[in-house]
Design a protein around this ligand. Sequence first.
Ligand code: C2E
Ligand code: MG
Ligand code: MG
Length: 238
Amino acid sequence: LYQPQVDLRSGDVFAVEALLRWKHPTRGMVAPDTFIPTAEETGLIVPIGDWVLHEACRQNKAWQDAGLSPLTVCVNVSARQFREPNLIGRVVNALRDSGLEARYLELEVTESLIMQDVELAVATMNALQNLGVQISIDDFGTGYSSLSALKTFPVARLKIDKSFIKDLAADENDQAVASAVISLGQNLHLKVIAEGVETDDQVAFLRKNNCDEMQGYHFSKPVSAQGIEKLLSGERGG
Ligand code: C2E
Ligand code: MG
Ligand code: MG
């Protein structure tokens, strides 16, 4: 499935995040939290992740070929995939096979993944950036992040974790964390996106505090590829 990401100032959809589902023959749609940890342990996440990468690039190129205004597709990358020595080769293959330009692909990595081995992570992120691929830090604020290291990371955006957004309208601590992450991003010249945005009050707080972008049920749940097409052509038609 794909979930739109929206520019908070213009209201435009500029990206979608690919969110994996397992269509199980008897259990129906299975959410990733229930199978990704096992896939990580067994190593199956490597071929699964490779499929996601190829499929997301192929779909994004198909949207462009169908005449939709170009979007970025964001793909979650787990620690195991990130440590694979041929990650760069896999990304190159997905871009080549799909014909998608690198600038329309973004990889989401978590803080904790980066902090496992900062030097290796920065080298890998630099190699990806040299390809033209963008990188964002997912679940930002929940991990053990070194702020001194953060300024050396070649990343384009910080994604404020949805746990800070959930009670944003009422909880002063969450407000403090969210506005601190927003100013941190501004000062480091990174875009800041809030995830899990569901209510008008949350949107109002984010706008007031100059957050750049949002993602969440307020605008749209994760939907099928056709759902994205419908949503964007509807948007174009007014
Ligand atoms: P994530 O990357 O942080 O993705 C955001 C999660 O928040 C998604 O859950 C999304 O459906 C959910 N979400 C979006 N808007 C809202 C909202 O307004 N309210 C609430 N309560 N939730 C919202 P989902 O799809 O179940 O994915 C869970 C996690 O599974 C993802 O967290 C990501 O870490 C992982 N994941 C998903 N797809 C992949 C994949 O292809 N590869 C890997 N390695 N991990 C994936
Ligand atoms: Mg993500
Ligand atoms: Mg997240």
